[in-house]
Design a protein. Structure first.
Length: 214
């Protein structure tokens, strides 16, 4: 299993991924910075810290994704492809059929996603659509990073997906409060772990999501 030791990938001398995977992640980082000159993929202020702030941050959810019951991953509001492209690159050597589905309504960003998916030969679908207008979707896991607040993601899962197993989200320093507040309207189980790139953040994997009758 690939694990979150990948977070040491740019500094460690001995790591658990191939040189080809590291090269792909490096090429992806460079592509983001290059395209960022024309369209807003990431904040300009984070370009110099892209490896930790974006690539490693995205990679750390591999512990939740690299499981036998996860074969299809749907990335909402994909933007530059963080975390979907990163996950696709990491999973490709282990599970070539692992599939990433992207929903990004911006023409220019969806075009960038297509270019990256083709460049790294990822098993993918890129939909230039507003996720709120889609219905009866199916996936194994829904992932979202810096797209919408947790309550809205839950509503998307309930209203727009007919089948999913998990939701994986990146939460900030108020993450525990966000989870507690969500329990007022939803029943769910969850696993959590501290972010390895921010002491104040959490990664959560939600399962068994059901809306309460309130």
């Amino acid at each position: 299993m690939i694990d979150s030791n990948i977070l040491k990938l740019y500094n460690a001398k001995s790591i658990n991924v191939s040189r080809e995977t590291l090269k792909a992640l490096e090429d992806y980082s460079n592509a983001i910075i290059s395209r960022n000159k024309r369209i807003n993929l990431i904040s300009k202020s984070t370009e110099n810290s892209i490896k930790q702030r974006h690539i490693e941050d995205s990679a750390q959810i591999i512990d939740f994704v690299d499981k036998n019951d996860i074969k299809i991953c749907t990335d909402l509001g994909s933007g530059a492809g963080l975390p979907g492209i990163v996950l696709g690159i990491l999973m490709k050597p282990k599970k070539p059929l692992f599939k990433i589905i992207f929903y990004e309504k911006s023409y220019h960003k969806s075009l960038f996603l297509r270019e990256m998916a083709d460049k790294f030969s990822l098993n993918s679908e890129i939909h230039r659509k507003n996720i709120f207008g889609e219905k009866d979707l199916t996936t194994d896991v829904i992932i979202s990073r810096a797209f919408k607040p947790l309550p809205i993601i839950f509503q998307i899962a309930k209203n727009n997906f007919k089948k999913f197993k998990y939701i994986i989200l990146f939460l900030g320093k108020t993450g525990k409060t966000v989870i507690d507040n969500a329990r007022e309207n939803w029943n769910f189980d969850y696993e959590k772990k501290k972010s390895l790139t921010s002491n104040q953040s959490l990664i959560v994997k939600i399962s068994n999501l059901k809306k309460k009758n309130v």
